[in-house]
Design a binder for this molecule. Structure first.
Ligand SMILES: CN1c2c(nc(N)[nH]c2=O)NC[C@@H]1CNc1ccc(C(=O)N[C@@H](CCC(=O)N[C@@H](CCC(=O)N[C@@H](CCC(=O)O)C(=O)O)C(=O)O)C(=O)O)cc1
Ligand SMILES: N[C@@H](CCS)C(=O)O
Ligand SMILES: [Zn+2]
Length: 757
């Protein structure tokens, strides 16, 4: 096989559309406002624009699978026939079967959704069982290659690699191991590779990010066997295996020894990857795609440093190509779409469009010499120097305050003392009922915010509408008989962005949308400098709500770890230092809430598990700063103030000790889908605080009936003494509608009253 060069490339691209065209088309189709043909047309246009844009920008190799109707892991499952029978039997067309797997419908719940490694993107978990018959069942990959070729663009199809696919899957039944099916799945990949070869595909990219996590000898053997088999196939495109989100460790040697043509490495996340390359035999014949441009953060690349890295690799591989560290899926489209960004910060940034240009410039510099891209190099140099030297980035008040912190600032009074003081202050019934914070973000609420942005209404009108919404939410909770109320968070566009917009050191974007799952997007704020809270951020809303009721209203804040996890964070200081600064800002807010008469404050940390390093050896250091920052944020109040925290996204096993160490008075935790198993895990580590295992899954529109809630609560009471048990949903209600949540919450309070009796 003669292998063409890769030169310069990106490993993947955003796909929601520069103006969220796909989001709108999907939601319109799901709501029955438009038909399949209209949706397919939007999709076709987005693909064409992306491929042409990448080719016109000068990338030597354009990734093919830059589009997905919902999720690329689901796409791979469908390609190879991993469609569980309950969806296939619905008798729907291919697109609606796909959406049934993604979203569920009246007849079936969706596949489980979970975090894509340590990112804020969520994928659908394939279910593999004895019934799964892998075969090349869907030829979208081939069709899209043809579609691009007709536009004059030669693309490199991208799929999730076979090992990562099975490692991310879950067994359809107990005792079944998806990895046992690797040989059959590899047959199906072989079939696809052969078809792609017949079409004229030159390179195919197989993503194996699972190699950035610890892998067992059995898994490494499976990797070896699979890539040997794929490599030995006579008629196939060249194979590029992409390892990203960290150092592939021993797996690099396995891949280097495999008969494949290329390996893409993430040279941003972990410095040890670069050191590993020179000591790895077998690379000298291969293409090495040096992932020197950060694919998941937004800082402008230091092109000189990237060039230096690429240059040191030149002797190690047959071809050194320039690439991004991972897919650009995790960054917004274009800095140019942000006219109102802070002008000082703007030149420091690079979104997908800018990153493509950086990769192209580096590719040319490596091939033709630095002179050909002299202006790009010097422009980058000026921006990097400006960012390094900017006084804006340092706030001396914050630094002095951090320096003066003492260990006592991260600890509260003894729990027994706190418990007594809180009982005295709150006088709650047994099994108190509450919610996690947000109530439905109705169209009216979002329209009011859009109107404010567009200048159609003024601040005062907007605020009055939000205050009216708070009144409705409080009245509803009174009517439902909940015990600890919330104001409902109507004024928040997002639980991270809302705070970032009010804190110094953060910049918010207007159009910097990044896909979180399916059609849902977020605009991660940009944390560029020392963090400072100029004034209270939530107090007036909590106070307003508290004035409307005699029940305690719970103040609602986002914790330091989650603020970092869901922002683009600075890369010029350790995350622990940044987290401490954010913690201080939250600490001040918690104290101000207390001073305003708020007796319960919840500090959400849903991303605690998400930021856990993929390699076990790095976890302890992370958990230490994560816990310390939460404690710093929450330890500034008296013992009578009850601190709650909330965690979602299950899989708490690896962070269970950290949950105890947070020292919150009450922890609400996702549990409905795992039938309360997390309670036993908490007991096993001696957790003795209040706990609210979520009793119903807010991710589904289904309304649970009283009996099933009673059953769940009975299971919970078996694991936790009733005086420690709280009753609440799994997570916030912002994505649901009132017709779903009213009966669900009513049933929840009824179930709690039943158990109390
Ligand atoms: C809990 N989750 C969150 C994560 N990350 C965050 N940063 N925030 C989170 O809450 N990660 C894990 C999970 C992921 N889950 C979700 C759930 C829901 C969404 C979601 O609904 N996103 C919204 C956008 C939210 C937002 O920013 N809203 C703004 C702007 C709204 C908007 O688009 N307005 C329209 C006009 C208004 C209209 O006509 O409706 C416009 O500008 O065109 C706001 O409310 O002001 C989404 O729509 O995707 C995300 C992650
Ligand atoms: N308080 C937030 C937490 C979501 S994880 C909410 O209720 O939406
Ligand atoms: Zn949650």
């Amino acid at each position: 096989m003669t292998t063409s060069k890769i030169g310069s490339t990106v490993l993947g691209h955003p796909r929601i559309g520069p103006n969220r065209e796909l989001k709108r088309a999907l939601e319109s189709y799901w709501a029955g406002r438009s038909d399949e043909a209209a949706l397919r047309e939007v999709a076709r246009r987005l693909r064409a624009d992306t491929w042409r844009g990448l080719a016109d920008a000068g990338l030597d190799s354009v990734p093919g699978s830059t589009f997905s109707y919902y999720d690329h892991v689901l796409d791979t499952a469908v390609t190879f026939g991993a469609v569980p029978r309950r969806y296939a039997e619905l008798g729907l067309g291919s697109l609606d079967t796909y959406f049934a797997m993604a979203r569920g419908n009246d007849a079936v719940p969706p596949l489980e959704m979970t975090k894509w490694f340590d990112t804020n993107y969520h994928y659908l978990v394939p279910e593999i069982g004895p019934d799964t018959r892998f075969s090349l069942s869907d030829r979208t990959v081939v069709e899209q290659y043809r579609e691009a070729r007709e536009l004059g663009v030669q693309t490199r199809p991208v799929l999730v690699g076979p090992l990562t696919f099975l490692l991310l899957s879950k067994p359809a039944e107990e005792g079944f191991d998806p990895l046992d099916e690797l040989a059959e799945l590899t047959d199906a990949y072989e079939q696809l590779l052969a078809e792609l070869h017949r079409e004229g595909v030159r390179w195919v990219q197989l993503d194996e990010p699972a190699l950035a996590a610890d892998r067992t000898p059995r898994e490494l053997d499976a990797l070896r066997n699979t890539y040997r088999r794929l490599g030995d196939l006579a008629e196939r495109p060249a194979i590029l295996t992409a390892c990203y989100f960290g150092d592939p460790g021993e797996a690099l040697g396995v891949l280097a020894a495999a008969p494949i043509e290329g390996i893409a490495l993430d040279l941003v996340t972990d410095p040890s990857t670069q050191d590993r390359i020179s000591g790895t035999p077998g690379l000298s014949e291969k293409t090495l795609v040096a992932g020197v441009v950060d694919g998941r953060n937004v800082w402008r690349a230091d092109l000189d440093r990237c060039m230096a890295t690429a240059a040191t690799l030149l002797g190690s591989a047959g071809e050194v190509a320039i690439g991004t560290s991972c897919s650009l899926l995790h960054v917004p489209y274009d800095v140019e779409a942000e006219p109102n960004l802070d002008p000082q910060v703007r030149p420091w940034l690079s979104f997908a469009a800018q990153k493509v240009r950086e990769v192209v410039a580096l590719g040319r510099a490596l091939r033709e010499g630095r002179d050909v891209v002299d202006s790009e190099l010097s422009e980058a140099r000026i921006a990097i120097a400006a960012r390094t030297e900017a006084e804006r980035v340092r706030n001396h008040r914050v630094r002095a305050r951090i320096d003066s912190l003492r260990p006592a600032d991260s600890g509260r009074a003894d729990y027994a003392e706190r418990r007594a003081a809180q009982q005295e202050s709150l006088r709650l019934p047994p099994l108190p009922t509450t919610t996690i914070g947000s109530f439905p973000q109705t169209t009216d609420v979002r329209k009011a915010r859009a109107a404010l942005r567009a200048g159609r209404i003024d601040q005062a009108t907007y605020r009055q509408r939000m205050r009216d919404e708070v009144e409705r939410v409080i009245a509803l909770q009174e009517d439902l008989g909940l015990d600890v109320l919330v104001h409902g968070e109507p004024e928040r566009n997002d639980m991270v962005q809302y705070f970032a917009e009010q804190l110094e050191g953060f910049a918010a974007t207007e159009n910097g949308w990044v896909q979180s799952y399916g059609s849902r997007c977020v605009r991660p704020p940009i944390l560029f400098g020392d963090v400072w809270r100029p004034q209270p951020m939530t107090v007036e809303w909590a106070e307003h709500a508290q004035r409307l009721t005699s029940k305690p209203v719970k103040g609602m804040l986002t914790g330091p770890v989650t603020m970092l996890a869901w922002s683009f964070v600075r890369d010029d200081q350790p995350q622990a230092d940044t987290a401490r600064q954010v913690a201080l800002a939250i600490r001040d807010e918690v104290r101000d809430l207390e001073a305003a008469g708020i007796r319960v404050v919840q500090v959400d940390e849903p991303a605690l598990r998400e930021l856990l390093p993929l390699r076990a050896e790095q976890r302890q250091a992370y958990l230490e700063w994560a816990v310390e920052s939460f404690r710093l944020a929450t330890s500034g109040v008296s013992e009578a103030t009850q601190i709650h925290t909330h965690l979602c996204y299950s899989e708490f096993g690896d962070v269970i000790d950290a949950i105890v160490a947070l020292d919150a008075d009450v922890t609400s935790i996702e549990a409905a889908r795992s039938r309360m198993e997390v309670l036993a895990d908490l007991n096993a580590v001696g957790f003795d605080r209040g706990v609210g295992p979520g009793v119903y899954d807010i991710h589904s529109p289904r309304v649970p009936d009283v009996q099933e809630l009673v059953d769940l609560l009975e299971a919970a009471v078996h694991a936790v003494p009733p005086e420690r048990l709280w009753v609440n949903p799994d997570c916030g209600l912002k994505t649901r509608d009132y017709p779903q949540i009213e009966p669900a919450l009513r049933n929840m309070t009824r179930a709690a009253h039943h158990l109390r009796a």
